[in-house]
Design a protein around this ligand. Structure first.
Ligand code: PEP
Ligand code: MN
Length: 354
């Protein structure tokens, strides 16, 4: 975390710049306005991983000279995406301050290993985007490969997950994965990239606010001097002025409030803890009854799973949830999980492993 505190100062830590560096003018014009609005770290992709060939694949090495110019003129630190050892060498040689690993690269252990080895001995900050698929272990694995060569300025970027289904957003937010990675690696700074989750600029505010409400540390947001004319990701980019307006609207909340409100929060948490304990005890009792039912079914040669009974109780509980103003889908998920666990337990009774 320390390296981010040193770079950015107060939270939320903001990284911004165009999806791609397109021309020297576009890169510098965007950078000048962002710097004037107080942005400290500039992003621009120069090697672009595109889903289909034939789209704009980045300007390549010449973009590194433009980023050098950005740094010289504005004083912002510069960052770009690297996807192989060659990119790493070029970026480091030209004085890039921070590199990031794209979602398609994080998903590939061979590429991560090569990149990690090429970074040996460098102390450059590396931000690792989540893999395109919602796999926390794969994300952790990529980080561990970098750590195993001695890197210790590592950060995370949550940018959502690919989905076959058509979604409101371009990528599924999968917030629970962001929370899980934060639980597993509380020592690492966690950024959100609302641009690649949203796919459309109209959703950027709500996603950014949600990220801050979940206590993420910073945001990487795409900004372009003329978003509609951008050569990549045109729909999701904001002008530097619109970015400033959006950032100003975000509400930054504290994790730990003042002592007085903390006391009432503790009281409420105490109540929740009591109820959770009761829930656990109840689940234990419920499982004990399930075991007895399993024994009965076994003795009477009945199947473990009885679809009509399950359908009846699921409907009954949905109706009860409605009456009590509880989210039906949530209650459905809870009882499906309980039912699955009961079926597993009874299967164990059947095959004698319990
Ligand atoms: C990007 O940041 O421009 C990019 C390509 O992101 P991702 O790897 O998240 O798709
Ligand atoms: Mn992009």
């Amino acid at each position: 975390m320390k390296f981010c505190e040193d770079i950015f100062g107060d939270k939320p830590w903001i990284i911004s710049g165009p999806c791609s560096a397109e021309t020297e003018e576009q890169t510098l014009a965007t950078a000048r306005q962002l710097a004037a609005n107080g942005i400290k770290v500039f992003r621009a992709g120069i090697w672009k991983p595109r889903t289909r060939p034939g789209n704009f694949e980045g300007v390549g090495e010449v973009g590194l000279d433009w980023l050098k110019e950005v740094k010289k003129e504005t004083g912002m630190l510069t960052s770009t995406e690297v996807a192989n050892a060659k990119h790493v060498w070029s970026a480091i040689k030209s004085g890039i301050d921070i590199i990031w690993i794209g979602a398609r690269t994080t998903a590939n252990p061979f590429m991560m290993q090569d990149i990690a080895e090429s970074l040996k001995g460098c102390n450059i900050p590396v931000l690792v985007k989540n893999p395109v698929n919602p796999d926390v272990e794969l994300w952790l694995g990529a980080i561990e490969r970098l750590e195993s060569v001695g890197l210790n300025k590592i950060g995370l970027i949550h940018r959502g997950f690919s989905s076959y289904e058509k979604l409101l957003y371009r990528n599924a937010p999968g917030w629970k994965i962001a929370m899980e990675i934060k639980r597993r690696r509380p020592d690492l700074p966690l950024f959100c990239d609302p641009s690649h989750i949203a796919g459309k600029r109209e959703y950027l505010f709500e996603l950014s606010q949600k990220a801050l409400d979940l206590n993420l540390d910073g945001l990487m947001i795409e900004s372009h001097i003329n978003p509609d004319k951008a050569w990549s990701d045109a729909k999701q980019q904001l002008t530097p002025a619109d970015l400033k307006e959006m950032l100003d609207r975000l509400v930054v909340r504290k994790v730990a409030p003042e002592q007085a409100s903390l006391d009432s929060l503790n009281e409420l948490r105490y109540q929740i803890d009591q109820m959770d304990h009761e829930l656990i005890d109840l689940l234990r009792k419920r499982m004990d009854v399930c075991i007895k039912i399993g024994e009965y079914k076994k003795a009477n040669n009945m199947t473990v799973y009885q679809p009509t009974r399950w359908d009846t109780i699921l409907n009954k509980y949905s109706a009860m949830a409605r009456e009590r103003n509880l989210d039906e889908q949530f209650i459905g998920q809870v009882f499906t999980a309980i039912h699955d666990a009961s079926v597993n337990l009874q299967t164990k009774v059947f095959n004698g492993t319990i």
